[in-house]
Design a protein around this ligand. Sequence first.
Ligand code: MNH
Length: 457
Amino acid sequence: FPHPPGRLRFVGDVRSVDPSRPLMSMLQHARTLGEIFEFQVFDQKFVFVAGARLGAELCDESRFGKDLPPALTSLREFAGDGLFTAFTEERNWGLAHDLLRPAFTRPAMQSYHPIMVETLDELFAYWDHQEGPVDVSRDMTKLTMETLSRAAFSKDFGSFTSTEVHPFVPAMISALRTAQRLATLDTAPGGALIKRRLRRRNAPHQAYVDDLIDGVVAERRAGPASDHDLLGIMLQTPHPETGERLDDLNIRFQILTFLVAGHETTSGALSFALYYLARHPEILARAQAETDEILGPDPDAVPEFEQVAKFRYLRRVLDEALRLWPTAPAFGRGPREEVTLSSGHTMRPGDWAIVMLPAMHRDPEVWGEDAEEFDPDRFLPERSRARPAHTYKPFGTGERACIGRQFALHESILVLARLLHRYDLSGDPGYVLDVSERLTIMPEGFELTLTPRTPAA
Ligand code: MNH
């Protein structure tokens, strides 16, 4: 495999990565190293796929499946065999997948719609009492965390009672960053010592999260039994065919998984979309024309559940934001049997490669020479149909694809529609996009000034 220049004996390519921004380092290397390359950290080798053609090959479910690269294996210290970090072969993956699917059907989504509307009302009320510009990522995180915890666990976290995000958020970020750092220390000299130190530093955050989750479970167990939400299903419902249930430890892992997976990525997606809208007045104007057309002259109008699917232009804006900045930016794939890739490389069972979505989503062979530009009309139906299969994968692929995709899309479109209908946005023209990394990605330091808007009649 090609690898970065200047590889050293013993340490490998460590000098070629910025430890606080590994994704950005790898995207940089992809430009010169091509569609597939290798990165060595001490004795540990990582294979990255950056090209769209190879990425699509790895999405072929008949030949490949999800694999856990080191960053996800180390995340198992916190999320165990929860849905996201389980091996597909583990009993609890199939069991939880079957049990929780009904919580993401269309009727379930209909029941979340009023919760999403109400939580957004609270964000607007909170904004209307604030002075000055809003910190977009902070407030989108408040919103998506609160929506998820109310919809999935019927738990109000009181996110709008303080200007800070809920303490769960910094604790979660610490765990994600810890997992990201643990992933590269297996073969490092002194690695065991550094790992111990990282774990010790994260321990108070971990203890806080465990207490919080135990509290959520205890509160529910003390109240009347109900299987109207994710937590209720996990506590009450046996598998319809086998009668099996999730055990207490696994329920804790699932709660943590949903608390993290269910808000962090959606918050990032909304924040990147708002970033691009603020940068492109003509795109913002088209988006607002769409909200006026569907919602009419009342700035406080609320779309019905069925109307959310009508915001076709907003959906393209969101798709395009997730193309350039897929907020879960990578996933691991491994071969079911020995296979030779079109690049000529052979992979055997046990090998894995990391599909780097931002690189794959910007491959000029698929997306054209203007692949770095923000252009929602790439997602017009006729242009989408013209692209090869498996070249746009922000929600992953196959049986291990995102279970919360419809939840995230519905929430994001609803939020963008109401927000753009209600406010005019202006960003700081001097802001330079700063992407923070903690396994997921999020714009940092991006502020918007929101002014009440009068929709066109
Ligand atoms: Mn989500 C899996 C991206 C929103 C819950 N999610 C995945 C994967 C990607 C992903 C990519 C596959 C990872 C892999 O192959 O290793 N998810 C997103 C994005 C958004 C998102 C970009 C928002 C935008 N995810 C959500 C929401 C929820 C959720 C909302 C819950 C309400 N996601 C999950 C879970 C999994 C997952 C659970 C693991 C599913 C499985 O493996 O069975």
